[in-house]
Design a protein around this ligand. Structure first.
Ligand SMILES: Cc1ncc(C[n+]2csc(CCOP(=O)(O)OP(=O)(O)O)c2C)c(N)n1
Ligand SMILES: [Mg+2]
Length: 685
């Protein structure tokens, strides 16, 4: 049946009246929930209710009984402040979001938090695909989902993966740079499975968008990006909306944007069209007046007429049917090509193939005395690549430098969904797109890379990866002032500390090639959440593991890499490239009769989950600890009473000289240790 037929004013079925009732049920649920919570954003859900109703009942191929069905269409509410729109839809279309949960909107522990949240193994509202609220992120997540879909469709066939990504986005979303970056890449790659609806309501928080946005021709901008663009002049015109959505769906070569002109908080008689309705309850009187205008009983709250439930009820049966049909397709494929289906299923479980650890290279100082950890990382990636056939990722135009390409693999292009993604110089979108790939599922484990300094450009996405506990890897090379000549704009200083400050993010800064291999193994096999790998630009010694402890100690976050045994006089805790320095200082101190233990400490977070006794065994009470790391001291007071650190910006000069001049030297370490143990420096001979 064409949408016109469904939506025609057929007096015999009263279809138009029921459509209206359904749309208004979303509006009244929203008003009542926001009013009850005394907080929330009623305007957007009220205005966009017709769009959302249409999507959920006619176009979205979803199964409310199984929100994790792999081949479902994804729906992203990028304008997360309009969360009641999503919750109303989920409730009405049969997801496990009860009316009681709607009544508990924005309350502690409810399935209906202020903004949609998807937190793996934590807060998961059935049917919520991603955490949104920070504007622009959802938009870019959807691009990542569409890339994941394309990659999996090409690898496993349309029998396995064949769906679309829908989103509703707002003025704020489209003002944000991250959405512009993501839109540009989506247009370039011709991601035709994207269908985004833009709520063009001319309102943002400060007031009319004439203040800050109106000059921009959004349609022209998206056309210039290579999108297919349509406009619908009235959000209440279901027929026009349906036609636009159908056209967008049939467009396979370009992503689609449908600009929908709406009036915020429609049809509230006094506040509609004003910024006042964006983020505050309408107030009892206005809610009553609105319900009266809709022909609803103003004394009833959270009322859903039986006809509305009836109109939404086919969603469940249709969802079952869609999923069963997909299951049958996959079963047929299993008979034809069992290996392909087995590989797909493992990818969907999010697991690498067996034998990954055994495939990793080992590094012998006899072969190469020193290797940059970014270069070691590259060797490790090539070794594990066959074990992760759906690992997808790349860099923000720095693949040469971060060395994160899968060699010999094709690039992800308009023509072919290869494994090497060229995100272009778009760090922020890279972060959000990688998150979207992880949210989609089937991509094990997506990664993004750039210089550590530019992690700042994507910090909001890194934070969200941690908030959502996504299995992603962030690879940051050029991890200290040791990068040298590019100077202070390129030299990270506060970055170890600011990344460690993000809860749930595992930051690993390996000391040498062997620790780099182990760091990747931990990231791929042991960690469920996001992992940052911090790698050097400059060569660092391949530590002689015949004399030192094995790099497998990295898995515990910190380990005594060099220990004379017994109670040491002092402990030197070092990370990354500074471990070699600490070992040098240990030798010098040993010659003076000071027994120092060197603890290689690649990851605070991995150490944090060790038993207290383990930490105490590393850092015995009353033994002074000196830390050495080429960044700010902030945070190290947790472990060390003295720090060798850099608490200023770097400088442009050869890396070794910058490190020396900024005090990252074995001399600085030996001096700090002597002070800590109350010894004087030996007299020069
Ligand atoms: C990155 C980010 N900056 C600021 C905000 C705060 N904020 C929430 S909604 C909004 C803008 C509202 O305008 P629009 O996106 O057009 O939504 P509408 O009011 O039309 O629903 C802002 C600034 C945010 N959520 N995310
Ligand atoms: Mg707006």
């Amino acid at each position: 049946m064409s949408p016109e037929a469904v939506l025609s004013a057929d007096p015999a079925t009263g279809r138009e009246r029921v459509d209206q009732l359904c749309v208004d049920a979303i509006r009244t649920l929203t008003m009542d929930a926001v009013e009850t919570a005394k907080s929330g954003h009623p305007g957007m859900p009220m205005a966009m209710a017709p769009v959302a109703y249409l999507l959920y009942t006619r176009y979205l191929r979803h199964n409310p009984s199984d929100p994790s069905w792999p081949d479902r269409d994804r729906f992203v509410l990028s304008a997360g402040h309009g969360s009641m729109l999503l919750y109303s839809l989920l409730h009405l279309s049969g997801y496990e979001v009860s009316l009681d949960e709607i009544k508990r909107f924005r309350q502690w522990g409810s399935l209906t938090p202020g903004h949609p949240e998807r937190i793996r193994g934590g807060h998961e509202t059935p049917g919520v695909e991603t955490t949104t609220g920070p504007l622009g992120q959802g938009f870019a997540n959807g691009v990542g989902m569409a890339m994941a879909e394309r990659f999996l469709r090409e690898r496993y066939g349309a029998e396995v993966m064949d769906h679309r990504v829908f989103a509703i986005c707002s003025d704020g979303d489209l003002m944000e740079g991250v959405a512009a970056e993501a839109a540009s890449l989506a247009g370039h790659l011709g991601l035709g499975r994207i269908v985004y609806l833009y709520d063009d309501n001319h309102i943002s928080i400060d007031g009319d968008t004439a203040l800050s946005f109106d000059t921009e021709d959004v349609e022209a901008r998206f056309r210039a990006y290579g999108w297919h663009v349509q406009g619908v002049e009235d959000a209440n015109d279901l027929g026009a909306l349906a036609r636009a959505v159908e056209t967008a769906i049939s467009e396979e070569e370009r992503p689609s944007l449908i600009r929908v002109r709406s009036t915020i908080a429609w049809p509230a008689p006094n506040v509609r069209g004003t910024a006042a309705s964006h983020g505050a309850p309408l107030g009892e009187d206005e809610v009553r007046a609105t319900k009266e205008a809709l022909g609803w009983d103003p004394d009833r709250q959270f009322h859903v007429p039986a006809e509305v439930h009836e109109a939404f009820s086919p969603c469940v049966a249709r969802g079952h049917e869609l999923q069963r049909a997909w299951e049958r397709r996959v079963e047929r494929l299993r008979i034809e090509d069992p290996l392909r289906v087995a590989e797909w299923e493992r990818a969907w479980q999010g697991r690498p193939a067996e034998g990954l650890a055994e495939a990793l290279p080992s590094f012998d100082p006899a072969n190469a005395a020193s290797v940059a950890t970014r270069a070691a990382g590259s060797a490790v990636m090539q070794a594990f690549a066959p074990h992760l056939p759906t690992m997808l990722g790349g860099s923000a135009d720095l693949a040469e430098s971060t060395k994160t390409e899968f060699k010999g693999e094709p690039s992800f292009s308009r023509e072919r969904a290869g494994r090497n993604v060229h995100f272009g110089v778009r760090e922020h979108a890279m972060g959000a797109i990688v998150n979207g790939m992880a949210l989609h599922g089937g991509i094990v484990k997506p990664y993004g890379s750039t210089f550590l300094i530019f992690s700042d450009y994507m910090r909001p996405a890194i934070r969200l990866s941690a908030l959502m506990r996504l299995p992603v890897v962030w690879v940051f090379s050029h991890d200290s002032v040791g990068l040298g000549e590019d100077g202070p704009t390129h030299q990270p200083i506060e970055h170890y500390t600011t990344l460690r400050a993000i809860p749930g993010l595992t930051v690993i800064r390996p000391a040498d090639a062997a620790e780099t291999a182990e760091a990747w193994r931990v990231a791929l096999e042991d960690c469920d959440g996001p992992v940052c790998l911090l790698l050097t630009r400059q060569a660092v010694p391949v530590l002689d593991r015949t004399r030192l402890a094995p790099a497998s100690g990295l898995a515990r976050g910190a380990y005594p890499i060099s220990d004379a045994g017994g109670r040491p006089d002092a402990v030197i805790a070092a990370t990354g490239s500074e471990v070699a320095l600490a070992l040098q200082a240990r030798d010098e101190l040993g010659a003076e009769g000071i027994a120092a233990r060197v603890v290689s400490m690649p990851s605070w977070e991995l150490l944090d989950v060790q038993p207290d006794e383990y930490r105490e065994s590393l850092f015995p009470p009353d033994v002074p600890v000196v830390s050495v790391e080429a960044g700010v001291a902030l945070g190290w007071e947790r472990f060390a009473e003295r720090t060798v650190s850099i608490d200023r910006f770097g400088a442009s000069a050869p890396g070794a000289e910058v490190l020396r001049r900024l005090g990252i030297t074995s001399k600085a370490v030996t001096t700090a240790v002597r002070e800590a143990v109350g010894r004087r420096a030996p007299k020069a001979a």
